[in-house]
Design a protein around this ligand. Structure first.
Ligand code: CIR
Length: 269
């Protein structure tokens, strides 16, 4: 979802939690989910929060063969109605893509769908958007060939792309940052250098959060002034309130245990 502006967040795709969710990849924030029923309840609360903010939410059926398949953000990149289908950066996640691709292609009829090829690798979770300025993480999942294909699309659309180096102790760019509004980036100290995002357009800023609130830096700003935030990150919460926005706090413990954040669970289109 991180590839849409606030005003483009009308419709979101999600995918239900599979019975195999406890087998999801986990290496960074979590050591693996251990309570599938709680995960389902957290995912339901997440969808309900989006619905309550007037977002149209679709839930694709779960697939027990694909433990990580709730993380739909990684499988398709939607920018201004254009679709780029990345080659997922982890081989275990490649089979998640076809139903997501089919859904967005059907929804965005008339759109040209581009697919990455060859050596290109990318997870959608490595992209954030600040207004019309884009950032991509060069990470264990996203390589230079993938970044080149994203840049080609953004150049075609007239948007700038900047590359952020993701440190080895983080999964994706969205794992440690987000844009709760079109002019603010939340990012954690100790993960990225101060100049990681370069000189921002006038009126935009990076708000640096304490290192131990890295997970909390992933938020979802919504057009109605609400911001979905994960429970347990007091500086992030206080900052959202100080910005005059309305935080909606969600328990993400089981999803965090699979290294997933708020944005990872939806694809805005
Ligand atoms: C993975 O390792 O791929 C999943 N367990 C977590 C993916 C989270 N997605 C994201 O940050 N966009």
């Amino acid at each position: 979802m991180a590839t849409v502006r606030l005003d483009q967040k009308g419709r979101a795709l999600t995918r239900a939690i599979p019975a195999s969710f406890d087998k999801a990849l986990a290496k960074f924030f979590g050591s693996g989910p251990n309570d599938i029923e709680l995960a389902k309840a957290q995912h339901l609360a997440y969808r309900e929060a989006l619905l309550a903010a007037n977002v149209e939410v679709t839930v694709l059926p779960s697939d027990d063969k694909l433990p990580d398949s709730i993380f739909v953000e990684d499988q398709a990149v939607v920018i201004d109605g254009h679709v780029l289908l990345p080659v997922p950066g982890h081989p275990a996640r490649v089979a998640e893509q076809p139903p997501i691709a089919e859904f967005v292609t059907r929804q965005l009829t008339g759109t040209q769908v581009c697919s990455m090829n060859g050596e290109a690798r990318m997870d959608g979770g490595d992209i954030i958007r600040l207004g019309d300025l884009f950032f991509v993480g060069r990470s264990s999942r996203t390589n230079d060939a993938g970044i080149k294909e994203l840049r080609d699309l953004l150049t075609h659309l007239g948007h700038e792309l900047r590359v952020v180096e993701i440190p080895g102790h983080a999964l994706h760019l969205t794992s440690i940052s987000s844009t709760p509004t079109d002019s603010v980036i939340f990012a954690p100290e100790g993960y990225l250098p101060e100049d990681a995002f370069g000189v921002l357009p006038e009126g935009c800023e990076v708000i640096w959060m304490p290192k131990d609130e890295a997970y909390g830096c992933n938020t979802i700003g919504l057009p109605n002034g609400q911001v979905l935030v994960a429970e347990g990150y007091p500086t992030v919460l206080a900052t959202v309130e100080a910005m005059g926005l309305q935080p909606v706090v969600l328990d993400m413990s089981q999803i965090r245990a699979a290294d997933g954040s708020l944005t990872c669970c939806s694809l805005f289109y």
